[in-house]
Design a protein around this ligand. Structure first.
Ligand code: ZN
Length: 286
């Protein structure tokens, strides 16, 4: 079964299992981006997966997390809004091949300089979505200014439909915390120029994530334009990039590694939900 067929089928399966589903927007090629809502009440966690195409192992991880949350979060204690794949067009390029891109195929083959899209990260017009957000846009160390497989910031901040879908949905639900799943390296990035109490609050919550997964908590370095960066800068909420999969694995990470990755992230949501209020109350809000 192709990725695209499986995506539709999995979404339908989770709806049948009782998950609320929302279409948060459409991709450049017109495909529906879905968010699932599980549980109720505060705190509200927004989690997004597979914004980078070749990191599609995180989409398969999202399916495992959805199954787990549907089984455990029915009776309250918090809400998880889970977007299993943001960059649907990009993941389809990686897994289903360039024919999935229809009329965009010729342009994409030119941008990719070939038909092997297994290491492609961007969306279907060669914009790297995780450097496209309006958060010190264009100042990242690896940013490039022309379309291609990775690191192109886009023609302007928030220029891509996938970026805008994520921004509008995030504003509409006002999450208390966001998680962005990427691969690889088993690290958690937590900071983006926070100051004052938010700095200590976000580092402390980051430590909860690091302890839960066994991953290392690291400073983001000279990154910019990411979803996590946008959330920290514009909403003032704690936001994390979680890089799953051991550093010695090669891209794209194969599904044979999914059990190990799932195991390490198996208590993550419960650990955050259990400890969020206690930690938030320790640090006064601005
Ligand atoms: Zn990534």
């Amino acid at each position: 079964m192709s990725f695209l067929e499986g995506y539709e089928e999995n979404c339908a399966r989770f709806v049948r299992a009782g998950a609320e589903i929302v279409e948060i927007g459409k991709t450049f090629l017109g495909r529906s981006i879905y968010a699932f809502e599980i549980g109720c009440g505060a705190p509200k966690i927004l989690a997004q997966y597979a914004i980078h195409a070749r990191e599609h192992i995180t989409y398969f991880l999202a399916l495992k997390h959805l199954e787990q949350l549907l089984a455990t979060l029915k009776f309250g204690g918090g809400t998880v809004y889970l977007i299993p794949v943001v960059n649907i067009d990009g993941v389809a390029l990686c897994l289903d091949g360039v024919d999935s891109a229809g009329e965009s195929a010729d342009n994409l083959i030119e941008l990719n300089r070939g038909t092997d899209f297994s290491l492609w990260k961007a969306n279907a017009r060669g914009v790297d979505l995780n450097v496209n957000f309006d958060a010190r846009w264009g100042s990242g160390a690896k940013n490039v200014t022309s379309a291609g497989p990775e690191n192109y910031v886009g023609s302007s901040p928030n220029s891509e439909p996938e970026t805008m879908a994520l921004i509008e949905f995030t504003k509409s639900i006002s999450p208390n915390i966001t998680l962005s799943f990427h691969a690889k390296g088993e690290v958690v990035y937590w900071d983006f120029h926070q100051t004052g109490p938010a700095y200590f609050r976000d580092k402390r919550l980051g430590r909860i994530i690091a302890e839960s997964t066994g991953y290392r908590l690291l400073s983001s370095g000279k990154s910019a334009g990411g979803y996590k960066d946008w959330c920290i800068q514009n909403l003032g909420i704690p936001s994390y990039t979680i890089e799953v999969g051991a550093e010695n694995l090669t891209h794209p990470i194969g599904q044979e590694h999914l059990p190990q990755i799932y195991y390490k992230t198996g208590t993550l949501y419960q650990d955050i939900l259990n400890q969020f209020n206690k930690i938030i109350n320790t640090f006064p809000q601005k």
